[in-house]
Design a protein around this ligand. Structure first.
Ligand code: TYD
Length: 337
């Protein structure tokens, strides 16, 4: 029996599609409408297992297009969960404008829709990258945000609009800031899926600089569960950090992936020119979300091994991606390094 209808923007992307698949699997009371622009990273194959579910519907469109947003809202929705975003730091260095358009302007258009349609809940999926480089300790939700890449600055711009709509218009909004996420269906531009697929193809992996940068890894299912939890139990106007609790240097991740794919360091790793403005370390304190009743469940070693196994099994998913638009991007991104 359907009680709720949620609009999931960016539902064909990595984290959005994990959320859609999980909710349709675990929540018989929820119907989901997806609005997705189907950019390079939005892939209908990510939801093929649920696309025929009568509780699933789809509108193709950009969140910055108010008419498409209204069409997707249709007769009304109880909540909007905004996963739609440009998300890759390296692409934001090549083309910042797309990030401002989607992550800032798109968020603004959705917030206006929340007001116009009197939507009861809006959750903005954000990132720990808005806190910027954290030398020591862990960022809490009240800490100042100091974004340092065009991507992080665009996400921060979105977060600030969301929170301002709460203060000014009493919009019932929530923000989650997740840490680096990994798992099945992640577009192979990001560290973990890029390295796994390169290693499976017998290619080298490009480690930026000394590889001693630190990220905190969160399994995509834990991330999706955290978002659902905050959506239903969070306090409007509040921000919730969702961290995996798995801090690793990039070199540690690389060594683990080499082990899981039976490849050697010498034959496979290429240290390349560092990313411009590269943040050395991200770390967040998730005690606020934990006090709300969420905790990550997937042990990192299991999650990583299962992710490698998934990419091994699902060449049908990633091979077409790596031979398409991705090739030109990879050339632009890595040729000069
Ligand atoms: P990434 O997956 O792009 O996530 P983010 O930049 O949002 O943290 O990168 C994770 C880390 O891996 C980051 O420190 C950059 C590094 N990295 C490499 O060393 N080589 C690569 O080819 C990529 C894509 C990332």
């Amino acid at each position: 029996m359907i009680h709720r209808r949620w609009l999931v923007t960016g539902g064909l992307g990595f984290i959005g599609s994990a959320f859609v698949r999980m909710m349709l699997r675990e929540r018989p009371d929820v119907a989901i409408a997806v609005l997705d622009a189907v950019t390079y990273a939005g892939n209908p194959a990510n939801v093929s297992e649920v696309a025929h579910d009568p509780r699933y519907s789809f509108v193709k469109g950009d969140i910055a297009d108010a008419d498409r947003v209204d069409e997707a809202i249709g007769q009304g929705v109880d909540a909007i969960v905004n996963f739609a975003a440009e998300t890759h730091v390296d692409r934001s260095i090549l083309d910042p404008e797309a990030f401002i358009r989607t992550d800032v302007m798109g968020t603004h258009v959705l917030l206006e829709a929340v007001r116009r349609h009197k939507i009861q809940r809006y959750l903005q999926v954000s990132t720990d990258e808005v806190y910027g480089d954290v030398e020591l300790g862990a960022s809490a939700e009240g800490d100042p945000i100091r974004p340092r890449s065009p991507y992080a600055a665009s996400k921060a711009g979105g977060d600030l609009q969301v929170l301002a709509y709460h203060t000014t218009f009493e919009a019932p909004v929530l923000v989650t800031r997740g840490s680096n996420t990994y798992g099945p269906y992640q577009y192979p531009e990001k560290l973990i899926p890029l390295f796994i697929t390169n290693l499976l193809e017998g290619e080298q992996v490009p480690v930026y600089g000394d590889g001693l940068q630190v990220r905190d890894w969160l399994h995509v299912d834990d991330h999706a569960r955290g978002i659902a939890h905050v959506l239903e139990h969070g306090v409007p106007g509040e921000v919730y950090n969702l961290g995996g609790g798995n801090s690793r240097t990039n070199i540690e991740i690389t060594r683990e992936l080499l082990r899981l794919t039976a490849r050697s360091y010498e034959g496979s790793v290429r240290h390349v020119t560092d990313r411009q403005g590269h943040d050395r370390r991200y770390a967040i304190d998730s005690s606020k979300a934990q006090a709300l009743g969420w905790a990550p469940r997937v042990p990192f070693a299991n999650g990583l091994a299962e992710t490698v196994a998934w990419y091994r099994d699902r060449e049908d998913w990633w091979r077409p991606i790596k031979s398409g638009e991705f090739r030109e991007y990879y050339r632009r991104q890595y040729a000069l390094r």
